[in-house]
Design a protein around this ligand. Sequence first.
Ligand code: COA
Ligand code: AMP
Length: 636
Amino acid sequence: MTGQNSRYHNAYAAWQRDPQAFWAEAAREIDWYEPAKTVFDPKAGVYGHWFVGASCNTCHNTLDRHVASGRGAQAALIYDSPVTKAKATFSYAQMLEEVKTLAAVLRDFGVGKGDRVVIYMPLVPEAVFAMLACARLGAVHSVVFGGFAAKELATRIDDAEPKVILSASCGIEPGRVVAYKPLLDEAIRLSSSKPSACLILQRPQAEAALTAGRDHDWAQAVAAARAAGKSADCVPVAATDPLYILYTSGSTGRPKGVVRDNGGHMVALKWSMKNLYGVEPGEVFWAASDVGWVVGHSYIVYGPLLHGATTILYEGKPVGTPDAGAFWRVIAEYNCVTLFTAPTAFRAIRKEDPQAKLLGQYDLSKFRALFLAGERADPDTVKWAEDTLKVPVIDHWWQTETGWAIAGNPLGLGALPVKHGSPTVPMPGYDVQIVDEACHPVAANKMGSIVVRMPLPPGCLPTLWRQDERFVESYLGEFPGYYKTADAGFKDDDGYLFIMGRTDDIINVAGHRLSTGGMEEVLASHPDVAECAVIGIKDAMKGEVPCGFAVLKSGADRSPAEIEKELITLVRDKIGPVAAFKIAITVARLPKTRSGKILRGTMKKIADGDAWTMPATIDDPAILDEIGGALRSHGL
Ligand code: COA
Ligand code: AMP
């Protein structure tokens, strides 16, 4: 990959010359009922809207148009579930049938354009049908990841105010069945907004008792609708209408409802499938993520289906289901051309099978590239993946907010040379700058805050759900004229970006985005905790894991060890197992500046064994030794 023949620079320059013409051209790939009157209207919405005046339907573009153009018999979705030993393939025609019927069921529950529907489900085909059925009706889905606990679900229900909730009786984690229904019931009890109906998919591993008057059996409802010949057509929506809300960690316990529109989202994802991922319609594209995350939204569901590709829904893990050859098995069995996952998955595989001996059992001859995102792709892991798979390993950088890559190595346009540790270059649409606190550009190779010149391209969030002011305050206030990514990093002399870490309290645990502030709120709610701090510390497999420090109130009548256990349980109960909160350490005091600010950064450096200097403003330097001692006494 010398990059000499890459069309990237031409494409980026074309976008710079005339962004509206660039995206208008990309929009030709989408079926519109009405084309846009204005490609970008800077006066609409908080900072402008893409494809103003256009009307469209996202479900039509993912299913109906492909069936109409002859892809009906092609596999749209392949479900492979090592945890249940189930496999199923749905063609585009079958998917359309499923989605039309489910949409009719939702319509009978009163769901229409603009209504919200919460989807709290494991990774089963019905979760995808549910998302597309909402899109079909012009309803706004909000998928909540199954690893979140009742309280997190309740917060999202309260914010989205769904008319209907779609859920399942259980999820299946290796060695454990997770009953979802009690979590759902508790969440509805906790929330002030109550859905008028819940549709529950009964799974044989743990059937749930249904609440009379509110809960409905999914299979029965769909069967009844089908028997009655019910089917819902696509409802035209404005390109600027919301397709979904996806909650993501903010810097407090209150998640941010990232809004995605219909039109810009379709245009950006469709463009990315060909130009970034280098995939052709009809090929098999696999994103090993979950529909609860943005990667699942964009690249399990919408991207591949908008493109007429085949997507894989894998209900399993990279290791243990049954072994570290699981990813190679799926790639070989379905002829996947690309895999998209988080680096942590590869660290897990490498740990189990460092020589990748299991790879020898599988034919990966159709496999062309591995894409990594969700957390920093450490050069060691990238190199191992390259040596093992002998295909390009492409790091790309994005966020829930953007919905697609801010920076990447555009395989479809012709890949540029890879530099380990860098997600390569900004995609067309993104003018990425590295700035100092005063918003002045910093020199090449100097660290700074990473910002994107406004407006954001199609596909990115137009705002936060019903919180325009929070959107402005969180993203647009600090660096006037720019979107704040809250990532820090630098550009090298060739313009390659290096993303080194967050500037806020977000941590990335096994590619999952979590707020340490949210965890601190939970610890602080424990009756014996006087004050606390949660930091992300290095972990060889998950990249980072949370580590909580708590100062107990005087008079706590149980041992610190007991309280530490309670704190771990509390975070699991309030946030969910996905927080992977397994280290709680009670300490006598926390290190602070003289103005009372907890020195989390220094604590992190001590925990990670990194070089650190005594902060000039520290109140009492002895406390840092105490922190070091407490970490050592916990084996860290
Ligand atoms: N429902 C209920 N619980 C869930 C869940 C779900 N959908 N998903 C995860 N959990 C639980 C897990 O069982 C685990 O619980 P435990 O503490 O009792 O073991 C906990 O949440 C943490 O899960 P996870 O982060 O997946 O860790 P893990 O140790 O089970 O697996 C990896 C580690 C690296 C194998 C796994 O994180 C992985 O496959 N990551 C790859 C990529 C990925 O999904 N990235 C996300 C965005 S691209
Ligand atoms: P999420 O919204 O869950 O996708 O998390 C977004 C955050 O994950 C980003 O702001 C980064 O901090 C981090 N991230 C995602 N992809 C990368 C990457 N390729 N390199 C470094 N950090 C990444």
